[in-house]
Structures are given as C-alpha cells and as structure tokens.
Design a protein around this ligand. Structure first.
Ligand code: BGC
Length: 744
C-alpha cells in the first residue's frame, strides 16, 4: 500500500550535529531544501536522502529505479536522444528532478553542440589537463540543455582495434586510459554528474548483447579494471553496466562485479544505471546485484517490481538501498555546484570551438616526415603556390560514427575548407579520388598533394540495431511466440543494413591504397592523412609516402586543426594511444561473431613485445617538427607509486612539444614487456632545456592475490626508462625499486 508521509515524518528522522533539528520543509521544496542543507553543512547527503525517502510513496520509490518514459517510446529513442534529456526517477511532488541523462563521449548529443575530436583522438593528446577542460565544456553544455547527468566517460580498454566503438575509448593502455578518464570526469562534474561506462569488458560491438567474456582474476583486475577504478577514485557519480556477460552472467545481474568489486573492494558509493533497453535482464535480480536504475524506459521493472515488493519477493531494504544511493549522490552533487546554470548561448561558443580546435591539433599524430631535397616535406613550404587536395574525405564533415555518441555541431570545417582558409594566396585543385587518373593528374600539376583517406561512419561505430537482443523486455507478448520470432528475425535482417559495427579489416579500403599509389607516383611531394578511430595498418603502401599523419575524427574544427599542423602554425602534438603493428596477426584474434571470448593479459604493444615483433609504429609514437631528448635524472618508487625527474631538451631549431613517457619492465625476461607508468606533456622553445616531475603509477608492476585481494609487487628485475614511445631496447634503464636518489 502506498504510504503517505508528511513533514512530521521528516522531522522524526535522524540528523547529525548538535544544532537545531533540520527539516526539509514543505513537500514541493523538499529536494531543493535537501540540497541547500547539504551545501550549508546542516545535513549530510545520506541523511537528506533518508528524509526524502521517508516522504515517498512506494510508487514514487519504485519510480526511482527505472526510466520515466513509457515503453511505447522505444522506437523513437534515437530521435528523442538528440532532443532532450531522458529522465529517470523525477518526483515532481517533492521537487526531485530525477536523473536527467545525456550522452556522449565527443560532446553533448542534445541539440547543436560543440563537437570535439573523438575520445581516441583526445587520448592521443596525452594531455589530461586539456581533457579536463573538454570535460568542463561537455558538462557545461550538458547542463545548459537541461540535463544533470553525462554518460560521456567511456573507459573500456582497446583490447582489439577492430572494435566498432574504438573511437569512444582512450586506447590500449590502462594508465593512459585511467588518467584521461579521470580528467574528463573531474571536468564534467563541475556541472553535472559523471557516468563511466561500460562496466565491464565491453569491447566488441556486433555481439555486445550476447557475448560472454571469460577472464581470469589477474587479467580482470590488473588489465581490464584499473582504469575504471581510477575514474571512480576521481569522483565518478555513476557507473553504467555493460550489455555483455562476464563469466556467464549478464553485467546487470553480475553481483560479483557490481557489488563485490565496485562497492566492497573499491568503495564506490554512487549509483549504477543499466545500458539502455536491452541491458536489464531481470528486474529483481539486477537490483539485488547492485544495478540501481533500469534505463531509459518503464520496461522490466515497471512490470515486475510492484508485485515483487508486495509479495515479499523483493525486500524493501533493497529498494531503499538503491533509492538512497540515487538520492544521496544527486543531492551531494547538486550541493557542490558552484557556477550558475549556463545559458544555451554558451553552447558551441567561440571559446568552446577554440578548445575543440586546440585539442584536434594536439591530437594529430605525425607518423612519417621524410626529407625531400633539403627539408622535410612538412610543414608545407611557405613558397607553396599550388596545392592539390584529394580524396572523398577531404570535403565532408566526418565526425565519427552515428551511434549514441553522435553530436550535431552547428557547422563542421572540412580538411579542404581548413586549408583554403589557412592558405588564402594558394591555388587549389581538388579531386574526389573516384577517378584515379584524374586524381593523379591533379597531383602532378600541383607543387604538393594532400591526400585524405580512411574511414567514416560506414566502416566502424556503434551498432544500434542488431540481432541477439532480449526482446522479452518489450512486453509479455514478446516472451515467446510469433511476435518474438518476428522481432528477432527483423532485428537480424536490419543488423545487416546498419552502418557501423566492428571492422572486418584493419586495412585501408583497396580504393584508397590504389589512390595512394597513383598520387605518390604522380607527385613525390604527397602528404597522406589518415582518418579513423583506431588502428589503420600502413604496411604495403607507406614506403612510397614521404609524409603520413593520423588525424582521427577531428571534431567540428578538425579541418582548421589539420591545416594548422600541415602549415606549421601548430605542432603535431599527438602520440599513438595504441600500437600500429605491421600485421593484424600480431594482435589477439578477433571474431566479431563470437558468442564467447577470453580476455587475457596479451594485447596491444605488450603482445608484440612478448612475441618479439617490431611494431610499424610503437605505442606512444609520434613525431614533432623539432627533435627532443629525454634524460632520467632521478626517481623514487615503491609499491604505492612514485615519481621521476626527467630533463627534457629541445635539440632542434623550432619550438615544439614532447610527451615524456616512463616505462618499466622486468628486464630479466628474454623479451621484456613495457608497462607505461607515467607521462607528462610539455612545450619547449628551440634549444630550451627543462626538467619535469612525472608521477609514476605502481599498478602495472603489481599483482592482486585473488584470495586475499591484496596487491603486491610482481617478481622480476624491474627497470625504468624515460622514452618518447614504448621502447624496443632497455639499454640505459635503471633499477625501478629504489628510494629517491641519483640515477646513472
Ligand atoms: C550505448 C551507451 C549509451 C546508451 C544511450 C547504448 O546503446 O551502449 O553507450 O550511453 O545507448 O544512448
């Protein structure tokens, strides 16, 4: 039976401190009063949540545990997703606004907003401070759109670059991913609650609704979870559970991960939401396992929870536990808000676009830059008079996939537009590349050719419609019988027509390779620009290419950023957040149709190291327009971490940036496997020398005992090296475990 409670009940609640007894006042203002009292330090957020709960009817309480939108909205979710926040658990009677959800990883998906470079591009900046600023803008624009919750932090590890959503994550390394995810979280939280996703082991797309991931305790805790922990430690308010199974259990009902790891071991006190629609498999079990909110509609829980609570199948304490997590997190966050609600006019403002441009320039990775005659091909010579810009990707907006993280900015600057703006006195010839001879002729007639090739939303991305979903969530009629069979059959057919999904190859399209060959043959001064969200193999065609860049999905200002790097007004500041192998066979096997997969500790650069393969371009690699030297001066390190002092010198003739990278490995192994422990980005004037302190993360050198859950140093002869990318040789490395002192 619904319980009606009034202010007198609230007054009966416990409060803390010895001052006057706090009360939340009248119903309509109860939530605002809770926030005010929490901000003033009169009531802690948990106590405030308790008081709100005591005023709620059962119906209102259960309403906190799923989305507020009715089931019939399901077919138009993609439409609504870009128009307004999805709300869960609003209780207007008490002024509770509810969780007001917006995606996504490269900007706000509601309305026209700033489109930043994809997260993978931002990982390539290796600059957490810049990422924090991106987070602040995403948070501010999310709030300006009326949301209070941003599911923009995606820290699934890039186990294999064929993952369709690779562009949404921060690459293959746990330390880099953790630091970037933590930075985004800090920034986003300035304005809205931050949600980290998809917990856990969600790094395949086509079978994400079904795949069962096996993983041993070591790989789980030492490889696939540390960066989630880093983001939780940075204050994430919420976690989104993944669609997939881990060790035979769907993640929404996976008590081992949602409660024993997330809460008991890590101390997470926020709330967990499901991934959308098909991410909740059992209304009661998921709640008991620790998944607090079924998103985004009234589906399984709306149907099952009222009866379960009445009959006693569902414990009231379980409901209240989740309600308390949701309300206390919301009150606590709202109480910390300092800045006033931004107006919509701040969205995609000149300052936000300038940040998007800066990030895009900092993300571009220069892979090759050979001399042609006396000078390297890049930056473009100031004497340039005629430029050929070639390729179907040169002229259109290419912001990334069309899945849940799709952002619609007010405009997008294409590579061609960016170059035209930057080089007003230069003559341009363009060719789409469809006609290879015409493209070659255009290149031959120009001083220099810029060839833009790679991927777009047709090649990779989130797969929104797919087979394998649990359609029973749509209602009892879908549990079995003809409706169910029809829906499943339709979903399977639709999945063949949907863009995105996992990649079937890491190679360029054959037509792009033909174009590269023809254009480089026609004009040796050819710069190839790759667009994509992760690894594109270069073997087999890059020998003929003197200058090669990876420019990602660069966001709305990507064309300007690319032009600034090509012309040399900006440094190519990017470093690879994953390894580029010479051959896909050097990476773990990847079967996009797999229903079961094992994740282990052999992936990425580490897998190449262990097998003795030399990368085409190692993890962390990227050239600048100057030359830099690093020298490790001293360091201290124990099992809690440490720091290193590195002297960095710009030995070239122009200003430039460098990412100081600290790697450790057990060098007693025949083939040491490099672990990134820390990094720092810095800028130096020509000839300048500066020393920088880099903090070192002990995580990659530790192992966790599955029984005691204690962490201890891994055996071996560990050594430390300051490098500009993952090292091929450990010559000059110093012993890692030591108190502060002078190295070598
Ligand atoms: C995605 C999530 C996203 C959600 C809401 C899901 O399909 O996996 O990343 O936040 O949709 O758009």
């Amino acid at each position: 039976m619904d319980k009606m409670a009034g202010p007198q009940v609230a007054q009966a609640q416990k409060w803390w401190g010895g001052g006057p007894r706090p009360t939340l006042g009248n119903d309509a203002g109860a939530y605002d009063e809770a926030v005010r009292a929490a901000r003033a330090g009169e009531l802690d957020a948990d106590a405030a949540a308790g008081q709100l709960i005591d005023r709620m009817t059962d119906r209102e309480l259960l309403g906190l545990l799923d989305g507020d939108s009715p089931r019939r909205l399901m077919p138009i979710i993609p439409l609504l997703h870009g128009r307004r926040p999805f709300v869960a658990g609003a209780v207007p009677r008490l002024g509770i606004p509810g969780i007001r959800f917006s995606d996504g990883t490269r900007g706000v998906v509601i309305g026209d907003s700033t489109a930043f470079p994809a997260a993978m591009a931002r990982a390539a900046t290796w600059d957490p401070l810049l990422e924090e600023r991106v987070g602040q803008v995403i948070g501010m624009e999310t709030r300006a759109r009326g949301a209070n919750y941003s599911a923009s932090i995606c820290v699934n590890l890039l186990r294999h670059p064929a993952w369709g959503r690779a562009q949404e994550c921060y690459g293959e390394d746990p330390v880099l991913t953790g630091r970037m995810g933590a930075a985004l979280t800090r920034g986003v939280r300035v304005h809205v609650m931050a949600c980290v996703k998809h917990f856990a082991l969600n790094s395949m797309e086509n079978e994400r609704f079904e795949v069962d991931v096996s993983v041993d305790e070591h790989a789980l805790h030492e490889v696939y979870l540390p960066h989630f922990k880093a983001v939780i430690d940075a204050g994430a308010d919420s976690v989104m559970s993944a669609y997939n199974k881990v060790r035979g259990q769907y993640m929404d009902v996976n008590r081992a991960l949602l409660t024993e790891v997330l809460r008991d071991e890590w101390g997470f006190t926020g709330f967990v939401t499901s991934d959308w629609v098909f991410g909740t498999h059992d209304a009661v079990l998921s709640l008991e396992a620790g998944m607090d909110i079924e998103m985004p509609l009234r589906l399984l829980r709306a149907r099952a929870l009222p009866g379960a609570l009445r009959s006693g199948v569902l414990d009231r304490a379980t409901v209240e536990r989740s309600a308390r997590r949701i309300l206390s997190t919301s009150v606590r966050h709202a109480a910390t808000l300092e800045a006033a609600k931004p107006s919509e006019s701040a969205i995609a403002s000149p300052a936000h676009r300038a940040l998007a441009r800066q990030v895009a320039a900092e993300s571009i990775v220069l892979l090759k830059n050979e001399h042609i005659g006396a000078a390297p091909l890049l930056p473009l010579a100031p004497t340039l008079t005629h430029l050929a810009v070639i390729g179907r990707l040169a002229t259109h907006a290419n912001l990334g996939d069309n899945g849940s993280s799709r952002v619609s900015p007010p405009f997008t600057i294409s590579p061609l537009q960016g170059l035209r703006e930057a080089l007003p006195g230069v003559r341009f010839t363009t060719a789409s590349g469809q006609n290879v001879s015409a493209a070659a002729a255009a290149a031959a007639a120009a001083d220099t050719a810029i060839l833009i090739v790679g991927l777009d939303q047709h090649d990779e991305g989130e797969s929104v419609v797919t087979g394998g979903v649990e359609v029973g969530v749509l209602g009892r009629a879908f549990d079995a019988g003809p409706l169910r069979r029809m829906f499943v059959a339709l979903a399977h057919v639709a999945s063949h027509f949907v863009h995105g999904g996992d990649r079937t190859t890491l190679d360029l399209h054959a037509s792009d390779v033909r174009l590269i060959r023809a254009v480089t043959a026609a004009n040796p001064r050819t710069v190839v620009v790759l667009i994509g969200g992760s690894t594109i193999l270069t073997q087999g065609w890059d020998e003929s290419v003197p200058a090669l860049l990876l420019a990602w999905y660069g966001g709305m200002e990507g064309g300007r950023a690319l032009a600034s790097v090509l012309t040399g007004t900006a440094e190519p500041g990017g470093r690879l957040p994953f390894v580029l192998p010479t051959n896909a066979a050097q990476l773990p096997p990847f079967d996009p149709a797999a229903k079961a997969v094992t994740y282990d500790n052999s992936w990425g650069q580490r897998r190449l190291d262990a097998a003795g393969h030399t990368a085409a371009f190692p993890f962390g690699f990227g050239l600048g327009y100057t030359t830099i030297e690093h020298r490790l001066l001293e360091h201290s390190f124990d099992e809690t971490g440490g720091s290193a002092q590195v002297m960095v010198r710009n030995t070239g003739e122009r200003a430039g940036s460098s990412v100081v990278q600290l790697y450790a490995a057990d060098i007693s192994l025949r083939r040491p496997v490099a672990q990134l422990l820390g990094f720092a980005k810095m800028t130096l004037q020509a000839g300048e020398e500066k020393s920088i302190r880099v903090s070192l993360d002990a995580g990659p050198t530790l192992q966790r005992d599955p029984v005691t859950r204690q962490w201890s140093p891994r055996a071996g002869e560990w050594a430390l090296l300051a490098a500009q990318h993952s090292p091929a040789s450990w010559a000059g490395a110093v012993p890692l475990h030591r108190a502060a002192g002078i190295d070598g």
